[in-house]
Design a protein around this ligand. Structure first.
Ligand SMILES: [Ca+2]
Ligand SMILES: [Ca+2]
Length: 242
């Protein structure tokens, strides 16, 4: 099984809170324990983990924290068809990108800086729908792997569907986001490059209630074989689940 598949399996398994039989797994997460700790397991599971260092290139995402590309003051929100390098896919839905600024607006501080994005935007400023598909295109090398990371939180407590969103890389579904419990979760996935104009998109679950998931701190960095050309190193955890 390819490493990418294994990573996807583990990350989804971890964040869904249900463990499955997984073989050797490759994990890279800034929020994961760095060494020596065993993941949370079910009653009948064990895992053996080891850590290695990997090297990463510079961040390819522009405005991944949504701090730029809008003129909002503190404690304001607005809806836009473009926020810097991020665009609303108006062929998918006539919904804009909602940005919230401030540490208390919407009931949750951003995970990074002073601004965050909401998938289920308010249908104001001329938009007729609210659940957005937001995307950015970047140039990647089809022969190289990249680490995609981002922070997601539901807005609404105790709702099974309104906060959901899907993540697509070059048109392929790579993760489904959902939770009933408010709070930031860091997702980290390994993806294969797809050439010039690679599209990373997040598509909110369509229910039109103007309350949905939050997104912040999006990054895409190439996995480097060694220090040459790398901007940073991170600890990668490999685990064998039994
Ligand atoms: Ca931010
Ligand atoms: Ca919703």
């Amino acid at each position: 099984m390819k490493i990418q598949s294994l990573v996807l399996i583990l990350m989804i398994t971890l964040f869904a809170g249900c463990k499955k039989d997984v073989e050797t797994v490759f994990v890279a997460s800034p929020s994961a324990p760095l060494s020596g700790e065993t993941p949370i397991l079910g009653d009948d599971e064990t895992a053996a983990c080891s850590d290695t260092i990997v090297y990463l290139g510079s961040d390819l995402i522009v405005n991944g924290s949504f701090e730029e590309g809008h003129d909002l003051g503190n404690n304001q929100w607005g809806v836009f068809d473009q926020v810097g390098a991020w665009y609303a896919d108006l062929t998918s839905s006539d919904a804009g990108i909602e940005i919230q600024t401030g540490q208390t607006i919407g009931g949750l501080a951003p995970s990074d800086g002073n601004s965050k994005l909401e998938f289920d935007a308010h249908n104001k400023n001329g938009f007729s729908a609210s659940d957005v598909e937001v995307y950015q295109t970047l140039d990647t090398d089809a022969a190289e792997d990249y680490i995609l990371s981002f922070d997601y939180s539901p807005r609404v407590q105790g709702n099974e569907s309104t906060n959901a969103a899907d993540v697509y890389w070059d048109g392929n579904l790579i993760a489904s986001l959902n939770s009933e419990v408010k709070g930031w979760q860091t997702y980290t996935l390994v993806v294969r490059g797809a050439g010039a104009g690679t599209r990373l998109s997040f598509k909110g679950f369509v229910d039109g209630d103007t309350l949905g998931g939050y997104l912040d701190n999006v990054k895409v960095k190439q996995l480097k074989p060694d220090e040459e050309g790398a901007s940073e190193s991170v600890v990668v955890r490999s685990c064998i689940f039994e």
